[in-house]
Design a binder for this molecule. Structure first.
Ligand code: CUA
Length: 558
């Protein structure tokens, strides 16, 4: 009975509540500290465990503010709980409490204390801000790296480090989406944009810096630990903003020097042919169109990309397609398309074939798809022929020094693919086609590119019956569905909804005589009786397509 509660009862209840309040506050504190610790443990985008003194300074500031915040939080919570308990209304309170208006001492106290707290925060904050700008202004002992924010990738210049030009003036080493820094070297980034606002951020190094057209923004870091770090654009800058990432490789000075040497290496003996694993002096014919925009140091691409050609970095016309990443030593890079895909021959083929699927909005899409203006399919452009893909991939992957990449092995092998686009499946999401899936077929069960070849025919369960008619859609670059079941003598309606040519081959059956799938048309193919019941791999036999266009087909007895 509440009414009959005695004074000792109330005191007990008060103590229990007080205990609860204290326990809750301590628990919240412990959880936040544990959470912060876990968050910084090995996370590639952590900002709480800086690898540079510049980042440490900012982190120290955060720590100061955090612990001051903790003290204020605990104090305030304690006072709230204490006040609520101490001045709680009870049965002996029969009258309104004293109404207080104005209390000078109290008001001065609660004005002065926060003022002191803010002052304690302000002094180191302002000093850190000035120190950060002073560091970035001082390039005396620093290595200057110019970074240009593009839509949607980063161009990186190392001024003065390149081979001398025809007049003997030093040029810059130019690369894209990958920044290399010698360990313990103070670096001052000069950040530029000639298009929209970007923001340059390497979370493990220091704070971010907006990259603003018409301004030179600067950021100074001195990385203290060799390793691979990740950076990205943190200002919304258009369609592919989320895929404007880069890799930062901090390495011992000697490794960095080797890399610079490789980047500046001129051609060996110029030949007209592509030299598969040596220094590249000329480009294969398939690459000629790429040279309209891309530059490779040491090849016969003198007409583009130089400051005279006005096509790189801040010199390039931001609205022009002729503003593309420098591809020198592409074979040694970890990623493709600004940190979007791991640099493998398979990914490179997919990227070249359909950049629009891989990275929506990018400008190479417009070129690769044969339309300069994506909204106007009639406008003319150049289309990379699928037939050229194997040669292009072979050529681009061969872009490394004859002796191999400067840091082949460990440094190249520790790419954390979890950090790469988890959704960069270059194929469209295959929609199951109405009526296409026969008994037992699971549309989409096969991951494109991961199909295990089914050796010969796998026996089909007795009584399983395939449909008499199924549909298979082929697009750029996918098949939908990726599993079919059809009876012998049944019909497969093959429709090509893409812009590229495709065909339909069954492994071990008609590899060399695939069924043609003309663009925009539907071809009915009757399953011949000499195709024995069983499960087979089907694929598109156009060079470069199989990787993304494959599936399994189960043939049942009629
Ligand atoms: Cu550049 Cu977002």
């Amino acid at each position: 009975m509440l009414r009959g509660r005695s004074a000792p009862d109330r005191a007990r209840r008060r103590r229990a509540l007080l205990r609860f309040g204290v326990v809750a506050a301590v628990l919240a504190l412990v959880l936040s500290v544990v959470g912060t610790t876990l968050a910084q443990d090995g996370a590639p985008y952590t900002a709480t465990d800086p690898k540079s003194p510049e980042g440490d300074r900012i982190q120290d500031l955060y720590k100061l503010i955090f612990w001051m915040g903790v003290v204020v939080f605990v104090l305030v919570q304690f006072l709230i709980v204490y006040t609520a308990m101490r001045f709680k209304r009870n049965r002996s309170h029969t009258q309104r409490p004293n109404q207080v208006h104005g209390h000078r001492t109290l008001e001065i106290t609660w004005t002065v204390i926060p003022a002191i707290v803010l002052l304690i925060i302000a002094v180191p904050t302002i000093s850190t801000i000035y120190q950060t700008y002073a560091d970035a202004a001082d390039t005396d002992d620093a290595m200057v790296i110019e970074v240009y924010g593009k839509q949607w990738w980063w161009e990186v210049h190392y001024p003065g480090m390149g081979a001398p030009d025809a007049e003997g003036n030093p040029t810059a080493v130019v690369t894209a989406n990958e920044i290399r820094i010698p360990e313990d070297q103070n670096v001052v980034f000069k950040l530029y944009s000639n298009n929209v606002i970007h923001s340059f951020w390497i979370p493990e190094m220091t704070g971010r810096m907006d990259v603003i057209p018409g301004h030179e923004r600067r950021l100074s870091i001195t990385p203290t630990e060799s390793g691979t770090y990740y950076g990205e654009c943190t200002e919304f800058c258009g369609v592919a903003h989320a895929w404007m990432r880069f890799v930062v490789k901090v390495q011992p000075q000697a490794e960095f020097d080797t890399w610079v040497t490789a980047m500046t290496a001129g051609p060996d003996t110029p030949t007209a042919a592509w030299v598969p694993n040596g220094d590249v002096t000329q480009t294969p014919a398939e690459f000629a169109v790429c040279l309209q925009c891309h530059v490779i140091q040491g090849v016969n691409s003198a007409g583009v990309g130089t400051e005279g050609g006005l096509q790189q970095g801040i010199y390039s016309d931001p609205t022009s397609l002729a503003a593309a990443p420098n591809l020198t030593m592409l074979g040694c890079r970890d990623t493709l398309a600004a940190g979007l895909l791991e640099n493998t021959p398979e990914n490179l083929a997919l990227w070249l074939l359909n950049p629009g699927h891989v990275k929506e909005g990018n400008y190479m899409y417009a070129v690769g798809q044969g339309v300069k203006n994506q909204d106007d399919p009639e406008s003319a452009g150049y289309r990379v022929s699928p037939d050229d893909i194997p040669n292009l991939v072979g050529y681009l992957e061969s872009l490394h020094p004859a002796a191999g990449c400067p840091d082949a092995g460990a440094a190249n092998g520790n790419m954390n693919t979890d950090q790469l686009a988890p959704n960069a499946q270059p194929v469209g999401t295959p929609e199951p086609v109405e009526g296409a899936a026969g008994a037992g077929a699971t549309p989409g069960a096969e991951t494109p590119g991961a199909a295990t070849p089914v050796a010969g025919a796998t026996p089909v369960a007795a009584g399983a019956a395939g449909a008499a008619q199924v549909s298979l859609e082929g697009g750029d670059l996918y098949f939908a569905p990726t599993a079919l079941t059809v009876a012998q003598g049944g019909t497969i309606s093959l429709t090509n909804v893409g812009q590229l040519p495709h065909n339909f081959a069954i492994e071990g059956y008609n590899d060399t005589t695939p069924v043609d799938m003309p663009n925009g048309e539907t071809v009915d193919w009757v399953v011949p009786n000499d195709l024995a019941p069983g499960t087979y791999v089907f694929y598109c036999a156009i060079p470069g397509h199989r990787q993304a266009m494959n599936g399994t087909i189960t043939i049942t007895a009629p």
